[in-house]
Write a protein that binds this ligand. Structure first.
Ligand SMILES: [Zn+2]
Ligand SMILES: [Zn+2]
Length: 647
């Protein structure tokens, strides 16, 4: 017999060799039909694999991230099985689960595949799924694994196997298809009830542009047809909210192939929007004791060798910039931190001076492969709303609380009401790879957890996710259509103070190392604006809107009156302009609505005679007539309500 312990602490005895599925069945038929995978003594494990000793067990269902990951990863095997049936001789790279679904990288050889073939593959997948094919695990030797794939002529799998250690290699078979995989998988394919293959893209083998280009097929699957319908609806809505499309319609930003891929050009309206966001944050930061600094876009290579960034980014990033002077080399800055460390170093610090909080909207450059670039969310040059706090170890918690305050204030003002936070701690079983003393780590980890609790954050704590240089707190927001985005980060760093030999004189008159906190509540201006566009669909709060009102004369005859109205509004700091084009009023309304201008003011003969404007509000229709002065006062009031001053 063996003793199985459940997450609630209860335990029961079972016969040796029973599987997770057997155990689930003994608990309830419902659990056994909904369980997708399990955790066995901390490791993911197949539900249909025998258990051979006492164990702690937790089941994962669709509602759990781990459950969905197992489901989607298993679905990639199902897709591969369908592909092998439809395209004999194809070779496979890797097929992981991703955030929403899965993909498989496939070498189709001489055969071709296009989007129009995806429907056919979906049909085959569903037919195979119905056959209720179990996923059967078999452990093999490295020699046997290599032999299998050498016979099959799949050089990709052979390469993967060569990198594996003997004794830990397993094959999974479902039906006629066998794959090299460490698992786990769902018990059988019949759990997969709905399939959508979403896209085809090119992907270099192992992300290396010097190697073969494979075909990456993306898909998503569900245990219920209705879940797929919901998902497709969400995708449609996401398409409408695509920040690349809206950014163009609102004339916020653009890309020019001549300027270069991944290098956004901020157009006047976008630049003004960004400036408003920056000013908004600057005011908050000033109130929290931050000092604004400015550092150059490049720095001597040595600076980044000192910081360790050269080692991290140097090889895969932009090459050094050389000058006519021999031996002189600069790098585009990948991070602002080294510059701020140098600012800190400029003068001696006493414990009484700390914390020092240096903030900069600093533009950094990191090379991304062209295939990875995406609108404003993946770019090669971006501006971080960066700041570095240099403090004493005993100040960590208070500083974390203050940064959390700033982040929550931003979320509140910009109506991100649904957010969670993740605390990343070090791996308690492997403390060697982390820099900094155990004592400091314990203190910092406790400080973060306490600060998050004090601020009422809904937090998950993950062990082993910390960077080698310190624990951190990350914020995830859920947007208006339920998608998750990672935004701000607050990160403790014991490494850079060491590398830059930063010091302060303590109350004991001795030298001490300050702790450094990196924090960027927006993440980057580019990413934040993208998320904000997708969250609001471009309908920004009034205080942020690029144009708050546009005046639409019914015909050219009323252009002068419209300009007079505009003048009144501009004098009240309302961002307004006149659409003087010789177009029909219907067309002007439509086109300005696409630009998501919150208020449209229509002026014609009636309005001019009465010295009034007819007000239309985006999404709310006709608001009646009023004087320009009354309209300006109404907007000013609305703006003041939105921009709540910081407590
Ligand atoms: Zn697998
Ligand atoms: Zn930093």
């Amino acid at each position: 017999m063996m003793t199985i312990t459940f997450p609630d602490g209860n335990s029961r005895s079972y016969e040796l060799g029973m599987s997770g599925l057997d155990i689930a069945k003994s608990i309830s038929p419902r659990l056994s039909s909904e369980a997708l995978s399990m955790k066995l003594n901390g490791q993911l494990y197949d539900l249909n694999r025998p258990i051979n000793g006492d164990a702690a067990v937790a089941f994962y269902k669709w509602e759990d991230e781990e459950g969905r990951q197992t489901f989607w990863h298993s679905s990639s095997h199902l897709m591969a099985a369908a592909l092998e049936q439809c395209y004999p001789g194809v070779k496979f790279g890797i097929g992981p689960a991703i955030e929403n679904g899965f993909y498989y990288d496939v070498d189709f050889g001489n055969q071709t595949i296009t989007e129009s073939d995806l429907g056919k593959i979906e049909t085959v997948m569903l037919a195979l799924a119905k056959e209720k094919r179990p996923f059967v695990r078999r452990e093999v030797t490295k020699e046997e694994a290599l032999h299998t794939y050498t016979n099959k002529g799949d050089e990709y799998k052979c390469e993967l196997i060569s990198d594996l250690q003997d004794g830990t290699i397993s094959f999974y078979t479902n039906g006629a298809f066998t794959d090299l995989c460490r698992g786990p998988h769902i018990p059988d394919t019949s759990l997969i009830k709905a399939v959508k293959l979403t896209a085809i893209a090119g992907a270099y083998w192992r992300g290396d542009e010097h190697r073969n280009m494979l075909t990456r097929i993306y898909g998503i699957t569900f245990p219920k047809k209705s879940l797929l319908d919901d998902y497709l609806l969400m995708l449609e809505e996401a398409k409408k909210r695509d920040h690349r499309k809206i950014g163009k319609e609102m004339e916020l930003f653009a890309f020019s192939p001549r300027v270069g891929q991944g290098l956004p050009l901020w157009l006047p309206k976008g630049a003004a929007l960004r400036e408003r966001l920056e000013n908004f944050l600057k005011v908050v930061q000033k109130a929290h004791g931050y000092q604004q600094v400015i550092s150059p876009h490049i720095g001597q290579k040595e600076l980044y060798v000192t910081s360790g960034h050269y080692e991290k980014y140097g090889k895969d990033s932009f090459k050094p910039i050389l000058t006519p002077q021999e031996g002189e080399a600069f790098l585009l800055k990948p991070m602002n931190c080294p510059h701020h460390c140098e600012i800190y170093r400029l003068k001696p610090h006493s414990y009484k001076d700390l914390p020092v909080r240096l903030a900069e909207f600093g533009t950094v450059y990191r090379y991304e492969q062209s295939g990875e670039l995406h609108g404003l969310t993946r770019v090669r040059g971006f501006t971080q709303d960066d700041a570095h706090i240099f403090c004493r170890p005993d100040q960590l918690k208070e500083e974390f609380c203050k940064v959390i305050d700033i982040v929550l204030y931003i979320f509140k003002t910009l109506s991100f009401t649904d957010y969670t936070a993740q605390v990343s701690l070090r791996d308690p079983k492997d403390t060697v790879k982390y820099i900094g003393s155990d004592d400091n780590w314990d203190k910092a980890e406790r400080a973060i957890i306490e600060a998050a609790a004090e601020k009422g954050l809904e937090t998950t704590v993950v062990q082993g996710e910390a960077a080698f240089y310190g624990p951190k707190l990350d914020f995830m927001v859920r947007d208006a259509i339920g998608r998750k985005w990672q935004l701000g980060t607050i990160q403790v760093d014991y490494n850079l103070p060491e590398r830059f030999d930063l010091e302060y004189i303590g109350s004991d008159d001795k030298r001490h190392r300050p702790v450094m906190i990196h924090r960027a509540p927006f993440g980057s201006m580019e990413r934040f604006v993208a998320v904000l566009i997708e969250h609001t669909g471009g309908k920004f709060p009034l205080w942020l809107a690029p144009e708050q009102a546009v005046i639409l004369p019914i015909s050219e005859k009323f252009n002068d009156f419209a300009k007079k109205v505009c003048h009144v509004l501009n004098n009240s700091d309302i961002r307004a302009s006149v659409d003087e084009r010789n177009e029909t009023i219907g067309k002007k309304i439509r086109e300005n609505e696409i630009k998501r201008i919150p208020y449209l003011l229509i002026v014609g003969e009636k309005e001019e005679d009465a010295d009034l404007v007819s007000v239309r509000k985006q999404g709310a229709g006709d608001q009646g007539q009023m004087t320009a002065v009354a309209f300006a006062a109404m907007l000013t009031n609305e703006i003041n309500q939105q921009q709540k001053p910081l407590k």
